[in-house]
Design a protein around this ligand. Structure first.
Ligand code: ADE
Length: 237
């Protein structure tokens, strides 16, 4: 899948994924990450991309025309790409969104900067996403977060194909706890069931731990998670 980023700071995307799983996925041609400098679509000698706000006030506002020209060109090259605006006012990005976006042909991220962007930029995009209730200096890091979450779901990107299916949130719950050797560490023993070799028991224990952990740490997730009658019985224990 091709990930394109429209930004005033393309250097931020120089090598953020170098050496990592996504870097290897790019080397293998499974993904392509292409930043574009918004300034390339700005007009005049000074290549201005922002202006003062109508109505007065501090700060500068990102102009709509360079974004419109850039997106028109990018869409001409990749007509099926979905265009996403990064903004703290967007819909909160969650695992089901990552799953849905991983089925797209391509994604173009528009990164807002400065104090804000002209409201009419909203008419140029398909979706608006926020990565959480906090404000970053720009959408670049937020776009990288989304690219990472989407790319790891693509076929072949993760080494062991099962690991994206069992991770936290993929079934609406937090993941069960993991252990490796040694069997005892600083007085904490690995739960006996994991050493038993009884796979049915281990599966039951893991589901129970997922439910308990989600109830303790993120009870809000239980309202949306698909639960069986047995799950509900465990939660009532
Ligand atoms: N730009 C600034 N803050 C952001 C956030 N939390 N999510 C997405 N884009 C942003």
């Amino acid at each position: 899948m091709k990930f394109e980023i429209l930004t005033l700071f393309p250097d931020m995307f120089e090598s953020p994924f170098a050496g990592s799983i996504l870097g290897k996925a790019a080397e293998k041609g499974l993904i392509e990450i292409e930043p574009h400098n918004l300034r390339d679509w700005a007009e005049g000698r000074h290549k201005v991309t922002d202006d003062t706000p109508y109505g007065g006030g501090d700060g500068m506002v990102m102009k709509p025309e360079p974004v419109a020209r850039a997106l028109a060109e990018l869409k001409q090259r990749s007509p099926a790409a979905r265009v996403i605006l990064m903004t703290p006012q967007g819909r909160t990005f969650r695992q089901p969104d990552a799953q849905a976006l991983s089925r797209e042909q391509g994604l173009v991220f528009v990164c807002g900067r400065y104090e804000g962007f002209d409201e009419r930029i909203r008419c140029l995009v398909n979706d608006e996403y926020s990565i959480g209730d906090f404000v970053l200096t720009g959408g670049e890091l937020a776009a990288m977060v989304m690219i990472d979450a989407v790319a790891r779901l693509l076929p072949g990107v993760l080494g062991s194909s099962g690991s994206a299916e069992v991770d936290s949130f993929s079934d609406g719950l937090l993941e069960f706890p993991h252990y490796t050797r040694p069997a005892e560490f600083q007085g904490h023993r690995v739960p006996e069931v994991l050493l038993s070799g009884n796979h049915a028991e281990i599966a039951r224990w893991r589901r129970r731990e997922q439910l308990r952990r989600t109830l303790q740490r993120r009870p809000d997730l239980l309202e949306r998670a698909p639960l069986s009658d047995e799950d509900r019985r465990i939660l009532e224990e």
